[in-house]
Design a protein around this ligand. Sequence first.
Ligand code: ATP
Length: 576
Amino acid sequence: MKFSRLAEFFGQLEVTSGRNKMVEVLAEMFKEAQSAEMDKLVYLCQGRLVPFYEPLEFGVGEGLVAEALAKCAGIPKPEIKERFSRKGDFGLVAVEALSHDGTDLDVGEVFDRLKQVATASGAGSVGQKTELLANLLSQMDGEEAKHLLRIVLGKLRLGIGDPTLMDGLSFARVGDKGLRKVLERAYNICSDLGYVAKAFWENGADGLQGITVSVGKPVRPALAERASSAAAIVQRLGYAAVEPKYDGFRCQVHKNGDTVRVFSRNLEDFSDKFPEITGAAGQQIGPRQAIFEGEAISYNPQTGDFYPFQITVQRKRKHGISEMQEKIPLKLVAFDLLFLEGEDYTVRPYAERRQKLQQIIGPGDVLSVTEILETSDAKQVEAFFADKVQRGLEGIVAKRQDAPYQAGARNFNWIKLKRSYQGQLQDTVDCVVIGYWWGRGQRTQFGIGSLLTAVYDPDTDRFHTIARLGTGLTELEWVQMRAALDESKTNEKPLSVEAIVEPDVWVEPKYVIEIQADEITRSPVHTAGRQEGELGFALRFPRMVNFIREDKSPREATTIQEILKMFAAQGKTQAP
Ligand code: ATP
């Protein structure tokens, strides 16, 4: 496929807000593609060159783009910058500034040359990147350049998430969404949609069956449902494995001989950030190949006590890692085994995975397994829960003994019971910020007074509003929030958002915050859960309890389906 053709499709998507239409456009695009370029096409739609878990970024900022564009268009850089400050989008500046024709580059070639831009590093790399980008732009017309620049700057904003891409793939092959589930299964196992798309194109749905768990490709995490009480857990699971719910960072550790990689909950590579965990996996895990999961928690090196999340969260910083490692070291409490010496363990029952996990962890200070209580007695579960809460932990996670590990699924194989706060809800809600209002009164100085937040609907790949939030942030957090949001503000409502209310400023869904509320109520103002002739849902008295959750991407926020269940269950929470 020619890059100019891809740009045409992106141009169509950009003006399409109907989700079905988007899927149709994507399907048309995929139909025109060759197998060999399917992976590249999918990565470019994701605004990337590699799957999300690979840390390759473009490393291209606005200054560099201005320089490359100035060079290529023969317009002085200050003039380019001035146009950018008017338009707020380098894509639009490119359309205006470039008057030459393109040379009909293939998608594959553009992709390879973008990879050169991204991989240029070290001394002189800024000059190199600028040169490479300017050369590419000189072979593109304005429309192609528009989308290319949005890709490198991370501002593609087509409103397409992975579910929409999967629907597009399915549509392209069978004319409906029938194969979405099969695609999803493969994606959940390898987290690489480019790879899945290529296998699908080459060998159809059968080709996807061959995709299995492998070391180095993170598995999308299994997730827990909620319960209202210990009795409800026992009623559902019977004889269960009950573990403390530790409050740290979820880590998936991949050991392959001497290479160890650690992935976060949203599959970012944290290997460099958590050197004690990579080191310990080398020393404490005997087998050559293993994938296991656990919660990384910081502890007081003097007393050995675990620290609360507010302290552990400091370990996500990119700088001063060795200093941090000394001040707030990490342990990993392991809770699941997914792969061992070439064998896929996700298909085995939990009881067996857990037993094996215990066997492969050798002596050492960093890795251990979770405490566990195996019982079918609700009273024992309740006492275990009360003990954990009293010791400052979040609560418990109960596990079905005979369940496989279901990648990417939230179901009753795992059930969490969290300490309840005052209020009716079983849990906090992870919401995506999609806009803000300028502040009044005291907040005027920050230029931000409240946030418009949304939950996610994975079926339609859309964000629906659920709360306007104005409390729970410190002054500093308001300032930081405004700065972060302004990076991704948009002139209009983002394509992936469904809303009735209009904030002063729209922002691309990017940041997830954790919200506590008193209850979920029916509301005419919000779109979450709204059906024909019915009201939507809103959070009553929402307040932020955790600033931007970097371990969750927007599509990992609380879903509408979860809100419906929480609405039905509210008022039944168990006091610790
Ligand atoms: P939360 O904000 O409650 O952690 P979540 O959406 O990140 O929610 P859930 O699936 O709802 O994740 O809850 C399971 C999470 O609890 C895991 O992602 C993991 O990080 C954490 N956890 C802590 N202890 C355990 C344990 N013993 N077994 C499984 N998960 C645990």
